[in-house]
Design a protein around this ligand. Structure first.
Ligand SMILES: Cc1cc2nc3c(=O)[nH]c(=O)nc-3n(C[C@H](O)[C@H](O)[C@H](O)COP(=O)(O)OP(=O)(O)OC[C@H]3O[C@@H](n4cnc5c(N)ncnc54)[C@H](O)[C@@H]3O)c2cc1C
Length: 292
């Protein structure tokens, strides 16, 4: 029997790694999070220069609304974080249009009406279609566990339980939104506005994004967008503290060079300094390009 140093090694102390680390610590697992940087947070961290604090990346966050991902995690861990809901998370400036993207649908449609008056009816139809698609998806996927990459059976279950009924009602959910745009909106400035929203989240124009995923992106605006008081680093700090208070540890300035395997199983990590940490499970909050 191999001797383990810990139950779980999590590679990377980004929000993803810290969240899974804290949830596992909450369930009684011993967790070691290994981070190559001198601080936690990854793309949600901040650094100080003189008297200023610079946010590295994500700060306009969703998932803190009631029932949202972060909100559910924080509730499960019994943590509280101060945040501010942003009524107008974005203003989009185009050569001939300038709109506040409000989370309030009445205000949002006042903006659409002012900027795209001739297309308003078609825009409303489009918006409603996307809203229905997202709500139906949420309804179908609620309380279902799916998409484990190891299990073809689960993937099939996902297909049967969600994709098939969705496609029956909405059809071609994996294709782009262009074919469901009525009238002239597919060739209009409004379509360019949707491209901006799509590009912001995915780096793709709307043609490159599935209908289902784009309905989720528009849903972010509707569900609410938040700023964590003090910046997203605060969330990382809370999770680090939680892990430390629950028999876990976050180790900094340590780079994982590869995952150690025994047969088909991951049994630990090898660090760039040559040391090894043996564990029953390994979770990587990184891409494969960060490891091999
Ligand atoms: C400029 C910018 C703006 C953004 N704005 C938003 C926004 O407004 N709203 C939003 O929701 N999202 C936003 N995002 C995206 C969001 O920040 C990320 O999706 C999220 O932080 C990713 O978290 P993660 O834990 O998956 O990965 P990461 O934050 O990338 O964490 C991975 C961690 O693993 C560590 N690591 C990698 N390889 C190794 C290794 N071999 N050994 C040890 N450690 C390793 C890294 O140092 C890092 O700390 C933005 C991103 C950027 C870049």
């Amino acid at each position: 029997m191999p001797k383990y140093d810990t139950d779980v090694v999590v590679i990377g102390a980004g929000i993803g790694g810290l969240t899974i680390g804290a949830l596992l610590a909450n369930k009684g697992f011993n967790v070691i999070v290994v981070e190559q940087a001198p601080q936690a947070g990854g793309l949600c961290s901040a650094y100080k220069y003189k008297d200023y604090s610079f946010q590295v990346g994500g700060n306009i966050l969703n998932g803190f609304e009631l029932g949202g991902g972060h909100e559910r995690v924080l509730a499960e861990l019994g943590l509280f974080i101060k945040k501010t809901q942003l009524n107008i998370p974005f203003q989009i400036i185009m050569p001939e249009h300038r709109l506040n993207i409000s989370t309030n649908p009445v205000e949002l449609f006042t903006e659409f009406e002012r900027e795209f008056p001739e297309q308003l009816a078609d825009i409303k139809d489009f918006w409603q279609y996307m809203e229905n698609l997202e709500e139906t998806f949420n309804e179908l996927s609620r309380n279902k566990s799916f998409c484990s990459p190891q299990s073809i059976k689960e993937k099939y279950t996902f297909f049967k339980q969600i994709q098939q009924p969705l496609n029956k009602k909405f059809s071609d959910i994996e294709k782009s939104c262009i074919p469901i745009m009525k009238g002239s909106i597919a060739k209009s400035e409004f379509k360019r506005l949707l491209d901006v929203i799509c590009f912001f989240y995915t780096r793709l124009p709307i043609e490159g994004c599935s209908r289902l995923f784009f309905s989720y992106l528009l849903g972010i605006i509707r569900r609410g967008v938040f700023y964590i008081n003090g910046g997203a680093q605060e969330l990382a700090n809370k999770l680090v503290e939680y892990i430390a208070n629950n028999r876990g540890v976050v180790k900094y300035n340590l780079q994982v060079s590869n995952i150690i395997t025994a047969g088909q199983k991951a049994v630990g990590v090898k660090l760039a300094n040559g040391k090894e940490i043996k564990s029953k499970y390994v979770i990587a909050d990184t891409t494969i390009w960060n490891l091999y």
